[in-house]
Design a protein around this ligand. Structure first.
Ligand code: S3P
Length: 429
């Protein structure tokens, strides 16, 4: 158990490069693993979640190794994975278990996949039920709602899926189950979710067309491996963006970060709150990327709901921190999904905010925060409740407190997505 302390240290300045995007790093290993040869990945994320995907793919027969900072994957082709001799462990990672359940339901062998005590409480029916409709044989606790999941893979047929939960993990699971199917896969979305799977499959030469709300994948085309340089993770950048916004006289530059429009909700929401965030050096290969310049800003609070929530779902904990320093009331609604993330993030935000004397209200599908009501005691102890993003959000809060120290329990949870968080943060002071 590592406890870490955070307090005011002046204004952040300078520039930072961040580790690769977590969602894309998962897909690079998974799609790379079923591609038709060797690829090199630069700026891989190295978070524990990504290492869970790495380990699972190795246990499915894919050779993966590092050379210096680079990761090399030797793909086995669409039908080249082999039956794992033990249970696959997704650790804390929802993306690992859900994407691999899709992939494995179409591989002709038996596999079992599970995860840690947090993951084993998270809903799996959202992938299991549509995959079963497609003809997959999957079993799990509570009728397939909870991991461990056991999967008897087989060739699957064509499938059209109208999504009910807006989830990129579900969409991706269905697409991965269709790569070697006997007919096409069509997915129709209800709200736009991150499209990294579609973009990477296209880049690797799959026969895929996507234009919101539809994705159409035709099977049978081998995936050609392509070397990838993964852009910095915008969800990790979000912590530093809010840090620079809420402190006076800050100016930071975040280099080569992912700017995929399904992920830039955090920038849009913060700009609506009055944030000064500039994009420079924008470029687009298979994913859009660029540099961000962020300067101190006077924030005003707003209502965040609907598609804005879907597009900034992972950043809501740090948006809540921004709300503490904004004028007026920050209201987050339509965010029931936060209850089934790594922890119940609505409860984790509300309970920890109360410790700082912040006026906060809890709703079933969100929360509200009254800006300017902060009155922390000298020492505040934050419990991240096992959640990496809660830990990092409150570390940022600590930097805005001149007379208090924030102690965060179990700080090692940040290793899930951002092991170099503290080092990168220190580089800005
Ligand atoms: C992810 C999708 C999102 C996100 C998660 C990563 C992905 O989850 O919250 O951190 O890589 O596809 P949902 O698909 O459950 O919305």
């Amino acid at each position: 158990m590592t406890v870490q302390k955070f307090t005011y240290r002046g204004s952040p300045k300078g520039e930072v490069f961040l580790p690769g995007d977590k969602s894309i790093s998962h897909r690079a290993i998974i799609i790379g693993g079923v591609s038709d040869g060797k690829l090199r990945i630069k700026n891989f994320s190295w978070g524990k979640d990504n290492l869970s995907t790495w380990k699972a793919m190795e246990n499915l027969g894919v050779k993966i190794w590092s050379e210096g900072e680079e990761v090399i994957v030797e793909g086995r082709g669409l039908d080249g994975l082999s039956e794992p001799s033990d249970v696959l462990d997704a650790g804390n990672s929802g993306t690992t278990i859900r994407l691999l359940t899709g992939l494995l339901s179409a591989q002709e062998f038996y596999s079992v996949i599970t995860g840690d005590r947090f993951l084993r409480k998270r809903p799996m029916g959202r992938v299991v039920n549509p995959l079963r409709k497609r003809g997959a044989s999957i079993w799990g606790r509570k009728g397939g709602e909870l991991a461990p999941l056991s999967i008897l893979g087989r060739k699957l047929g064509e499938f059209t899926f109208f999504m009910d939960v807006p989830s990129a993990q579900v969409k991706s699971a269905i697409l991965l189950s269709g790569l070697n199917a006997t007919g096409p896969t069509k997915v129709v979305e209800r709200a736009p979710t991150r499209d990294h799977t579609e973009r990477m499959l296209k880049y690797f030469g799959a026969d895929i067309k996507f234009r919101y709300p539809e994705v159409l994948l035709s099977p049978g085309k081998e995936l050609r491996p392509v070397d990838l340089t993964i852009p910095g993770d915008l969800s990790s950048a979000a912590f530093f963006i809010v840090l620079a916004l809420i402190l006076e006289d800050s100016e930071i530059v975040i280099r080569d970060v992912l700017l995929n429009p399904t992920r830039t909700g955090i920038i849009e929401v913060l700009r609506k709150m009055g944030a000064n965030i500039e994009v420079i050096n924008y470029s687009e290969e298979w994913e859009p990327r660029g540099d961000l310049i962020v300067r101190s800003s006077r924030l005003k609070n707003i209502i965040i709901e609907g598609e804005d929530v879907v597009k900034s779902i992972d950043e809501i904990p740090v948006i809540a921190v921004a709300g503490v320093f904004g004028k007026g009331k920050l209201v987050v609604r339509d965010a029931g999904e936060l209850r089934v993330k790594e922890t119940d993030r609505i409860r984790a935000i509300v309970e920890n905010m109360k410790k700082f004397g912040v006026e906060v209200e809890e709703f079933n599908d969100g929360f509200s925060i009254q800006g300017g009501t902060l009155s922390p005691p000298r020492e505040v102890e934050v419990d991240p409740m096992g959640d990496h993003r809660i830990a990092m959000a409150f570390a940022i809060m600590g930097h805005a407190l001149r007379d208090s120290v924030v102690t965060i329990k179990d700080f090692e949870v940040v290793d899930i997505s951002f092991p170099s968080f503290r080092e990168k943060l220190d580089g800005l002071f």
